[in-house]
Write a protein that binds this ligand. Structure first.
Ligand SMILES: Nc1ncnc2c1ncn2[C@@H]1O[C@H](COP(=O)(O)OP(=O)(O)OP(=O)(O)O)[C@@H](O)[C@H]1O
Ligand SMILES: [Mg+2]
Length: 180
């Protein structure tokens, strides 16, 4: 397993199969900055995974964290299938994150794992805490750009408490981008 940014490996920890996500040095980044970015994203991700779980959202349980790596629950599953039902579930998942004050930062089908229990959110390295409509709209735009079944997704995202305001802001953001 190798993401764009981190290296993932299956490990045995506390007698269980787990995933270790390690952010390795990037040669193209100046060293001090590179250390800072990796540390920051690792901390962010661990904190958000924890908060998401505490809010009742399914995400891998974190078992250990050090400066540049997280050891977490292995979720055996597959990538999101983009049919109506799964897209609606994905919309509900983003709504529950937003209702908990969590902005994912990179919510796309690649960062959702589906298993027998449903959908699980992963990859929170670019996430942050915010209740701002603008941040929710940015998150929504990222996902809608990545999928075809936008209406199915939105039918699940309706569960977001700020649904109408977020949708209005999305239109504004897109309008702004067009006239730039
Ligand atoms: N807890 C987990 N259990 C099972 N598989 C996982 C887990 N975490 C990550 N993966 C797998 O590893 C891939 C990369 O992980 P992740 O998305 O967290 O890293 P990344 O480097 O930020 O990836 P990218 O930026 O390319 O999306 C995921 O798309 C998923 O397939
Ligand atoms: Mg990813």
């Amino acid at each position: 397993m190798r993401g764009a940014e981190a290296e993932l490996s299956l490990v045995r920890f506390l007698g269980k199969r787990m995933v270790r996500k390690e952010r390795k040095a990037k040669a193209y980044r100046e060293m001090e900055l590179d250390l800072k970015i990796r540390l920051e994203r690792t901390r962010r991700e661990a904190r958000l995974l924890h908060k998401a779980k505490a809010a009742g959202i399914s995400a891998p349980t974190v078992y250990a964290v050090d400066d540049y790596s997280i050891t977490m629950e292995y979720v055996r599953g597959r990538k999101l299938r983009e049919d109506e039902m799964e897209l609606r579930e994905a919309g509900r998942l983003l709504a529950s994150l937003h209702n908990a004050g969590i902005i994912h930062g990179d919510f796309t089908p690649y960062n959702i794992i589906v298993d027998g229990n449903g959908l699980h959110a992963i990859d929170f390295g670019l996430g942050f805490f915010s209740t701002r409509v603008e941040d929710k709209a940015d998150d929504l735009i990222t996902m809608l750009r990545a999928i075809r079944g936008k209406e199915s997704f939105l039918s699940g995202y309706r569960e977001c408490a700020d649904f109408d305001a977020v949708l209005r802001r999305k239109v504004q953001i897109e309008r702004r981008a067009r006239y730039q």
